[in-house]
Design a protein around this ligand. Structure first.
Ligand SMILES: Cc1ncc(COP(=O)(O)O)c(C=O)c1O
Length: 332
């Protein structure tokens, strides 16, 4: 089904699949506007730890055990919100093994998993393509389920805003048919007769004539080159023992963790803007537990490579100045 972007897709899921007060499990850290949107639906967020290969499944199961399981006839017991591939904010991807376990847990605990698959197609040129979406794992289970009990547990929520242009405000949801019915048999859809008819027609043409494929290929090459250049410059300009970073294989974001956990990136940002005219997103803006004050998110979508490299240069000068005055410690 078409949506006006992934934000609307998530909003539909919150409105039509959840009831006020229901729990929504979110990764800690996660995309902060998704958390805000979820809270605006009067739902309750529950943070789950996350590792370098995505959500920590042991912690997820621990949190699920604490949630009362509803009978499927009353709806889902909880929602799990994920950005499984090239995530925002960490740029990481959930492994195949974890995807299998997450979908199995969703069936066991009657959970609907909403996957923001918005960066999935932005795998860098030459990188290994990502593992299949969680939706494929759900569909594989459902294909072998008797017709009477087929019930979807995963939504793939995607968007043209990251692969064609943010202004198109068009996205799509792929989910098992029972979920699509719940999302489309609604007053909103009946009243408007769907969403974004005109833009859907234009994008349909862009798909058919190959324009979308060309734009995606250009983005994969450009973002890949930018990310590689930024990572190389970070490694070269920041002294050893100061930060940990994982080079993403796709998407728009990279997570930088200071080894000195006392670093406060919110305070660092104020100095970065004031003295070095450079910016980043402090880690705690993405965190429910506020335990990521020593982390920051860097983004590569907005600026061309030369400007990004100049930004990294200024960031490195800020870090050198902070090491010199003792506000950042080197932790070998
Ligand atoms: C994970 C994630 N989901 C959704 C969105 C918003 O998507 P859309 O513009 O399609 O509403 C963003 C934008 O940054 C995002 O990072």
């Amino acid at each position: 089904m078409a949506t006006a972007g992934a934000s609307q897709g998530l909003s539909f899921a919150c409105t039509h699949l959840m009831k006020p007060g229901d729990p929504v499990l979110i990764e800690d850290p996660t995309y902060f506007l998704a958390e805000q949107l979820i809270l605006e639906h009067h739902l309750k967020t529950v943070g789950v730890r996350t590792d370098d290969d995505g959500i920590n499944v042991e912690d997820l199961e621990k949190q699920l055990k604490a949630i009362p399981i509803k009978n499927p006839s009353e709806g889902y017991s909880a929602m799990l919100y994920l950005v499984p591939t090239f995530s925002n904010p960490r740029g990481t991807t959930i492994s195949h093994e974890k995807r299998q376990r997450i979908v199995a847990l969703a069936h066991q605990y009657n959970v609907i998993v909403v996957c923001d698959d918005v960066y999935e197609l932005l795998c860098y040129k030459g990188a290994q393509p990502p593992v299949p979406r969680l939706f494929s794992y759900d569909a594989a289970i459902l294909r072998d389920t008797p017709a009477a009990s087929k019930r979807g547990h995963v939504i793939s929520n995607a968007s043209f805003s990251k692969i064609f242009g943010p202004g198109v405000r068009l996205g799509w949801i792929e989910a098992w048919v029972d979920i699509q019915e719940k999302l489309t048999n609604t007053g909103f859809m009946a009243s408007g007769g769907g969403v974004q008819h005109c833009m859907s027609g234009l994008m349909g043409t862009a798909i058919q004539n190959g324009s979308l494929d060309r734009v995606i290929a250009a983005l994969q090459a450009a973002y890949g080159a930018r990310m590689a250049a930024v990572c190389a410059k970070l490694r070269q300009a920041i002294p050893a023992g100061v930060v940990n970073l994982i080079e993403p294989q796709g998407g728009l974001f990279m997570w930088v963790e200071f080894r000195d956990t006392a670093v406060d990136t919110e305070a660092l940002l104020a100095r970065a803007r004031r003295e070095f005219a450079v910016g980043f997103q402090p880690g705690n803006r993405f965190s429910q537990s506020k335990t990521f004050g020593h982390c920051m998110r860097l983004g590569i979508a907005f600026h061309p490579e030369a400007e990004l490299l100049s930004g990294v240069d200024r960031l490195a000068r800020l870090i050198h100045a902070s090491i010199a005055d003792g506000s950042i410690r080197v932790v070998p």
